[in-house]
Design a binder for this molecule. Sequence first.
Ligand SMILES: [Zn+2]
Length: 124
Amino acid sequence: MTQCEICGTEIKGEAQYIIIGSSKLFVCKSCARYGTIVVDKKTKPKSRVKSESRLYEQMDHEIEEGMEEGYGRRIKEAREKAGLKQAELAKRINEKQSLLRKIENEEIIPGKEVMRKINRVLNL
Ligand SMILES: [Zn+2]
């Protein structure tokens, strides 16, 4: 049997690989939302082993803050999925495109208000 590496329940049906930060996890469908779903199997993330407690700690933090490693990529992927250009999303959240670009490049960490707007527009 295959267990979800996040909640520990037996995975029924389709299991998914997700990436949280630098960890690659095999999870059930309901836990897939905690990370970025791996689609391209060719991209092999660097395996940095984290202890389980460390991971849970990180997850709690992420859920609380709504921020995680790879947030820029997550936003970019969600934006592209929504068929929006950087400028279009920037306009919708009433921010400058340069700011959005920096967020997607993870040069800056968006404030809660900006993040909330992005999440709302992209349904993250
Ligand atoms: Zn799970």
